[in-house]
Design a protein around this ligand. Structure first.
Ligand SMILES: [Zn+2]
Length: 232
């Protein structure tokens, strides 16, 4: 029996051909962003199912997290770097959805995040979001819940001011610049909830820490964090 959906996908492929984001081959399942050969080369960290992993340790002594993890290593000139670049600077939001689905599958393989109630994508500065057209963390969250079912809360926390890239600053001044960047708009929505905060990449953890701090100010909340990528 011919499956109508797959027939339709093959048919649609003729009109909307797309190639592998990794190597450019056009031998691609319509649902996929990269081919099977590139997929196996994605550097999975295994952090999401591993307690005390390096991504989780970033937050030790800074903010109380129930669990944290990152799905893939972010290395220079890697396919993952290319994908994140497409997502953040080339308007390719499908990348976010795709990475999110992979993260959702990783979440399905562990019980470490089972008592999470809601997902919050790290909010972008509204001006930046308007310019990009979307929040990449929200795209990732949409992909996650396609596989790992949880409600997404988009407007419970808001990002207020614009912050420049802060890689040249030390941790103390970075922390000071993060003060007052996030505000809770809807405390009722997250009160007594275990929140899973999502972002594309974790480097110093300063932004996630600042946003997580705001979430934990709401009575009886718990916090977990996952990102698509982890910088070595
Ligand atoms: Zn490929």
């Amino acid at each position: 029996m011919i499956k109508l959906t797959s027939y339709f996908n093959d048919f649609a492929h003729l009109f909307f051909p797309h190639v592998c984001e990794g190597c450019g081959t056009d031998v691609l399942n319509n649902e996929s962003l990269i081919c099977a050969a590139c997929f196996v080369k994605l550097p999975e960290t295994g952090f999401i199912k591993e307690p005390n992993n390096p991504a989780e340790k970033i937050f030790y002594g800074r903010i109380k997290v129930e669990a944290a993890g990152s799905a893939f290593y972010f290395t220079k000139h890697s396919l993952l770097q290319h994908l994140i670049f497409q997502l953040k600077y080339r308007g390719n939001k499908d990348v976010g959805f795709y990475l999110g689905k992979l993260m959702g599958s990783q979440l399905m393989q562990t019980n470490r995040f089972d008592d999470v109630d809601v997902i919050i994508p790290l909010p972008l500065n509204p001006r930046k979001e308007r310019k990009r057209g979307y929040n990449q963390a929200a795209m990732i969250a949409e992909g996650i819940i396609e596989v790992w079912k949880r409600p997404i809360l988009k407007d419970a926390v808001q990002r207020l001011v614009f912050t420049e890239t802060q890689t040249h600053k030390d941790r103390i001044s970075r922390w000071q610049t993060m003060e007052g960047v996030f505000a809770t708009l809807n405390e009722e929505a997250i009160k007594s909830k275990h929140v899973l905060l999502i972002d594309d990449i974790v480097t110093t953890g300063a932004t996630l820490e600042a946003c997580g701090e705001k979430i934990l100010e709401v009575p009886d909340t718990k916090l977990s964090i996952i990102t698509a990528a982890y910088t070595i």
